[in-house]
Design a protein around this ligand. Structure first.
Ligand code: ATP
Ligand code: MG
Length: 432
């Protein structure tokens, strides 16, 4: 590894100290005897002054010739200069080009589509590098949160024989002479696991053939799911709030500067941490919408515009519970006191970002489950194994799924969910 420093470390050194960095050329220009080369690594950028006569001629010529994205190793001395990014620059004593890059295809002001076609190169941009770092902190926080609350990481199959969230969005896969589907949710398998481990979670890829082209839907996304024995709807909604607050706290601890760079004011997030996040019923949400001039009949899931209008009334995330039973997935139970309502919830993010978490108590009533499956036209025999979970020591239990990209997009205030995942998959894009 040798004794190279990260650029962020080099930027902490004082006048006259030696520095040794490596990375990729971020910007470059030269005039006569001087080349100004800005170099980036994972941690930041630093300007390097390459002056003819102060280093071997061969090195000077390389520095003049190397195009952006060439990989380089540089040794020199730190010089404090207010005009340089980060307030320091390196005066090079050696400048080695490891690889001379070809003309880099990405230049300024390119279209979203062009950048998506060149995603493998655009990942190097400061914007995506920053988002990917925060994403790593976000998933790290999820693992930390669940493990510190006595949860086990549990791995469900990704190839699954049946639907969980409605057949319309299933991706079918050839399976030898037969067919199977990519996971839409780990839920049914997590429900089997709670009878062994009681509290389980995972963070895993999830696949849904979404037909709508929205800035909130991906075909492949990562879902952080939990399932817990003995949790009821109230336990699980409070737990979800606690998780999201924990995630925000962790991101604020490590990424205030990064958030600002992305255009997200960290103070706005801090304020949300100090507040109570409300829980309201779907029926109350309809009331709020009605007063606001938007009449939604009981019985429909809230659409994006309705979620957005509702959230204009709040400045923190809000949990909405008791959606109409008829619009919900088969495993969500009726509220015994209001059979037309389900014991389920969504957490909606403010600022127009909409649903980030969806969850529910799970039905333990085998007849209700069979009825709901039949109503949805499902072949009940495929679910016999799942129904077994209600035959042998059934317990009340609940769970939810948090969309990693939705949450990240909201926290970072991104325009589009596609920037919250390294290689987005949508209806119109499956490469690179
Ligand atoms: P929506 O109504 O917005 O499509 P959903 O009700 O289908 O969401 P759930 O089945 O409850 O979502 O999934 C749990 C979480 O997974 C959601 O709250 C969301 O954060 C995330 N999620 C669901 N579908 C997608 C998708 N296509 N792309 C990205 N994230 C998604
Ligand atoms: Mg959906």
């Amino acid at each position: 590894m040798q004794d190279y420093q990260k650029i962020s470390e080099a930027l902490k050194k004082s006048e006259g100290e030696k520095a040794k960095v490596r990375g990729w050329i971020y910007r470059t220009r030269s005039s006569g005897k001087l080349a100004f080369v800005t170099v980036r690594d994972e941690s930041g950028i630093i300007q390097v002054i390459v002056e003819k006569g102060k280093l071997p001629d061969e090195d000077f010529n390389s520095a003049r010739k190397a195009l952006i994205e060439s990989s380089v190793e540089i040794e020199g001395t730190i010089h404090e200069d207010e005009r340089a990014p980060g307030g320091r620059e390196i005066h090079a004593a050696s400048f080695h080009v490891i690889h001379f890059a070809e003309d880099f295809p990405i230049t300024k002001d390119q279209s979203m589509e062009f950048l998506l076609d060149n995603r493998h190169l655009w990942l190097r941009s400061r914007k995506l590098t920053t988002i990917l770092k925060i994403r790593s902190t976000l998933t790290g926080a999820i693992h930390e949160f669940f493990r510190s609350h006595g949860f086990y990481e549990f791995h469900p199959p990704i190839l699954q024989p049946s639907q969980c969230e409605g057949g319309a969005t299933l991706f079918e896969v050839n399976y030898y002479e037969d067919k199977t589907y990519l996971s839409q949710s780990w839920q049914l398998y997590a429900e089997a696991a709670i009878f062994a481990l009681e509290r389980v979670y995972d963070v895993a890829p999830t696949f849904r053939a979404e037909r709508s082209k929205t800035s909130r839907h991906l075909s492949e996304f990562w879902m952080a799911e939990m399932e817990a024995a003995w949790f009821d709807l109230n336990d699980v909604t409070e737990f979800a709030k606690k998780e999201v607050k924990f995630i925000i706290k962790k991101i604020l601890e490590e990424h205030e500067e990064d958030l600002r760079f992305l255009g997200r004011d960290p103070e706005a997030l801090k304020k949300m941490l100090d507040k109570q996040w409300p829980t309201i019923k779907y029926r109350e949400a309809l009331e709020i919408l009605k007063k606001d001039g938007m009449e939604v009949p009981f019985g429909k899931d809230l659409r994006t515009i309705e979620e957005q209008r509702l959230m204009k009334h709040f400045d923190t995330p809000v949990v909405v519970t008791h959606y109409p039973k008829e619009a919900m997935a088969f495993y969500k139970p009726s509220d015994p006191e209001h059979p037309d309502e389900a014991l389920c919830f969504d957490m909606l993010a403010p600022e127009g970002y909409g649903e980030i978490v969806g969850g529910s108590q799970r039905s333990t009533d085998i007849n209700e489950l069979v009825e709901s499956l039949k109503k949805q036209g499902e072949d009940v025999s495929k679910y016999e194994w799942y129904l077994d979970l209600r035959r042998y020591g059934s317990v009340p239990h609940s769970g939810y799924g948090l969309g990693v990209e939705r949450t990240l997009a909201w926290i970072c205030k991104l325009d589009n969910i596609k920037d919250a995942i390294p290689f987005p998959r949508t209806m119109s894009r499956k490469s690179p």
